[in-house]
Every structure is written in C-alpha cells, then in structure tokens.
Write a protein that binds this ligand. Structure first.
Ligand code: GLN
Length: 264
C-alpha cells in the first residue's frame, strides 16, 4: 500500500518533472533533434496526430455509433485544433499504449491514464487535466466495506491499470485480470469474483448499467490523469501543455467534462 501511495503521489510532481525535461532539451544536440523530427513524422506528414487509447473506458473513451467519443477524445480534438491538425484514434489494449507512444506508432496516449512513477520512466506526461481515484465495486449487501476487507478475496481489475497495482497489494487476495473493465464487472455480476477495483467515473457507468452493484468510494488516494508523450518529443509536449492551459482558462475543458459527466 505504501509503495502504491508513493507511486501515485508522483502525480503532484508532474509539473516540476516536465519542467526539468524541457530545460534539458534546451541544450539538445543535433542527434536528439533528428530523433525528435523522426518521432514527429506523422505530425509533419499528414497534419494528423495519432492518439493511442483503449476505448473501453466510459466516459473518457468509448464507442458510440462506430466512433470513439468521450472526454479524452474531445480534449485531443481540441488540442489538435489549436495546432491546426486532426486526430486519428488508434484503439488498442490499455497495456500497449505506453509502448505505442515510445515507439512513435502514436504521437500521444490519452486514456484516463494516471501519472505514475513507473510510467514516467518511459514517457513524459502533460499537465494533468482530471483528478480521479480507484473505487471498489461490490454486490449490494457485500461484507466488503473497506479496502482492508479485500484480503483473502477474489478481485477483478483491468490488466495493467493502477487498479491492478493496488490489487497486487491485497493480503492473500486473488487477482483476476481482464482486458476490459466491463468484463471484470460482468464477472462480478456472475458471482465469479468478489469485487472490482476501477476508476471512479467508469465505475459509475458500469454500476448504472448493472443492477445490484454498489461502490465503495473512499478506499484509495487521488490520482491524476495526463497525456503521455514520447520522452524525445518535448516540442509536442510543450504544445499539448499550452493547449491544456488554454482549455482550462477558456472554460472549454470544463465544458467537455460537463458534456460527459453530469453534476449530481
Ligand atoms: N487510470 C487507470 C490507469 O491509468 C486506468 C486507465 C484505463 O483503464 N484506461 O491505470
């Protein structure tokens, strides 16, 4: 648990870390610049930014009539618009997103992705654009009331997520890993597992779609969502950060969030 809190706390340090990152690149040599240009290939060529995501995470990214919609999709389109570009969404396993960004297959990753220390070793993160937390979904009337009650239980998570990391720390717990959060919730509905650990907003959607489930809200620490960009592409990171600042200042970010999350 302590280990995880340390990993998540990193969210609050992102800004200073990315600031260090750009200072370093102020003295980039020609080789690094060439690598940056190569990484930006898709950007320069077609006026299109490729966004890696996993469109199984409502309300941040999900399918509606064959199109990927959601908070991240709208934010990405608004950022691209600021840059006079378009977005192409590449839907993949959540687990593959960091590698896609690192390799240049995608220009950035936006997937309700929490800033963690481990991920920061492989990619840079933009300024954060949303706060979230992991919650525990249980059947109504479950004896599980707190995170400690998960010990000895069968817990479902989406593979490679922060929920997965938290579940790993459960004493004597069994972790069932699914490729989609919705699959974990189905297993819970069918009584195959005792609980699901997942981000709060998708949890709300899944609980509303399935009868007999309830959520334990205050089990874990806050997390921060940000956009992942390749380490060597600080030019794009700076542009994304400038755009996020604009979106925050103009109220457009809140508008996007309000479109998908109704205030209670
Ligand atoms: N916020 C979680 C994470 O970053 C889950 C994200 C997701 O499943 N799309 O690991």
């Amino acid at each position: 648990m302590k280990k995880l809190i340390a990993a998540l706390l990193v969210g609050t340090m992102v800004f200073s870390l990315s600031a260090c990152g750009s200072k370093e690149t102020a003295s980039t040599d020609a080789a690094t610049e060439a690598a940056t240009d190569a990484a930006e290939g898709t950007e320069a060529a077609g006026g299109t930014l490729v966004m890696a995501t996993n469109a199984e995470f409502p309300p941040y990214e999900y399918y509606e009539g064959g199109e990927v919609v959601g908070i991240d999709a709208d934010i990405a389109r608004a950022i691209a618009e600021d840059m006079g570009m378009e977005v192409k969404i590449d839907d993949m396993a959540f687990e593959s997103i960091i590698a896609a960004v690192q390799s240049g297959k995608a220009d950035f990753g936006a997937a309700g992705m929490t800033v963690t220390e481990d991920r920061l070793a492989n990619v840079n993160f933009s300024e954060t654009y949303a706060e979230a937390k992991q919650v525990i979904i249980v059947p109504e009337g479950s004896e599980i009331k707190t995170a400690d009650d998960l010990s000895g239980k069968k817990v479902g998570v989406q593979l490679g997520t922060t929920g997965d990391i938290l579940a790993d720390d459960i004493e004597d717990g069994t972790v069932e890993r699914y490729s989609k959060g919705a699959e974990a919730v189905q297993a819970l509905v069918q009584g195959k597992i005792d609980a699901v650990i997942i981000d709060n907003e998708p949890a709300k959607v899944f609980v509303s779609e399935n009868e007999g489930l309830t959520t334990i809200e205050d089990a874990y620490e806050a997390e921060q969502y940000a956009i992942a960009v390749a380490k060597d592409n600080t030019e794009l990171l700076d542009k994304i950060n400038a755009s996020i600042a604009n979106l925050k200042e103009s109220g457009k970010l809140q508008e996007i969030i309000d479109k998908y999350i109704s205030a209670e």
